[in-house]
Design a protein around this ligand. Structure first.
Ligand SMILES: [Zn+2]
Length: 58
């Protein structure tokens, strides 16, 4: 990874208890059409629209 003085804030992490999650970007200016995502074998999934990361709460 290239070094950069401007460190971007990491993606927002959302804890969930379900392998199947939905995301609409939180609505407002940052919103996007609601999408559903499956974690499948993983315990996290990232929204391709808003880069939020959904992490399975154990
Ligand atoms: Zn999203």
């Amino acid at each position: 990874m290239a070094e950069n003085n401007k460190k971007p804030a990491g993606p927002e992490v959302v804890e969930t208890t379900d392998h199947r999650v939905s995301c609409d970007g939180g609505g407002g200016a940052l919103g996007h059409p609601k999408v559903y995502m499956e974690m499948a074998q993983d315990d996290s999934v990232q929204c391709k629209y808003c880069d939020r990361v959904f992490v399975l709460k154990k």
